[in-house]
Design a protein around this ligand. Structure first.
Ligand code: BTN
Length: 260
């Protein structure tokens, strides 16, 4: 029986759907409950970044109670990014999407959506997880310098999209991917591997002072990124190291390209 979206809380404006969902989870709200906002005044992105969330986008959070260890939480991120990418591909087959580990969904190298997963911990297990998703559905204008790195579905296909239509499809896809993530992560990995933006590329990941560079070989069973360093040693990068993707080596920086 489907759970995702069985109960939906909609607010025209919230500071952040993640905060509202966390509050509801503390009250014991059921798994699959969704909190959506028409706009957010303090949308949260990964790494403490502010998330641009004006009217027209799809900004929501899901309450989850996964029975997995905290070392596997990266799987949920991957399942969610995969669900966003596949929903776009299925509904708009002319668009081609990629997943930029660990949390971005791209169209032609520009960010169309992001996911983030925050756990409330109970020892080594999570009490609950709040999965936040932000998708630029009908955003027409982005403030500078976001305009150089972000895009929206309506910009890409040239028409407005009904948010409820996209949400209904995405929730179905999310639930399927979430089940795979819990019970058959290797099938999920097989599905998303071809969409990984960094696969086979040299990339620099921001961890610690200098960052780590290497050839991206894929993802492991926990959703960690596998890099082969110049020394030939394999290095796995875990989300808990709070990595940021700096950019592919040799890849043009859109902000520098645009003169920012
Ligand atoms: C990222 O940094 O790429 C992840 C962005 C996640 C943004 C969404 S919008 C809905 C939910 N509420 C928030 O405050 N953040 C997430």
């Amino acid at each position: 029986m489907r759970k995702f979206g069985r109960r939906i809380y909609y607010y025209p404006c919230l500071d952040s759907t993640n905060s509202a969902a966390r509050f509801l989870a503390h009250q014991g709200e059921k798994e699959g409950t969704v909190v959506i906002a028409g706009e957010q005044t303090n949308g949260q992105g990964r790494g403490g970044n502010w998330w641009f969330s004006p009217p027209g986008g799809l900004w929501f959070s899901l309450i989850l109670y996964p029975d997995i260890s905290i070392s596997s939480l990266g799987r949920i991120n991957m399942a969610a990014a995969g669900a966003v990418a596949f929903s776009i591909q299925k509904l708009f087959p002319s668009l081609s999407t990629n997943i930029l580990w660990p949390n971005d969904v791209l169209i032609e190298g520009k960010k169309v959506g992001g996911v983030m997963c925050r756990a409330s911990l109970d020892g080594k297990k999570s009490k609950f997880v709040i999965l936040g998703l932000g998708i630029n559905v009908n955003i027409v204008d982005f403030p500078s310098p976001l305009g150089f790195t972000a895009t929206s579905l309506s910009k890409e296909i040239g028409r407005k999209i009904y948010l409820s239509f996209f949400l209904a499809h995405l929730l179905k896809e999310l639930e399927q991917m979430y089940r795979l993530c819990l019970f058959d992560f290797s099938s999920l990995l097989e599905m998303i591997h071809p969409s990984l933006y960094l696969l086979g590329k040299l990339a620099k990941i921001g961890i610690g002072q200098d960052g780590i560079s290497g050839l991206v070989q894929g993802l492991d069973e926990e959703g960690c990124l596998i890099l082969r360093l110049e020394s030939g040693v394999q290095r796995k990068i875990d989300l808990r190291e709070r990595p940021i993707y700096l950019r592919g080596i040799g890849e043009k920086d859109p902000l520098i390209e645009s003169g920012c």
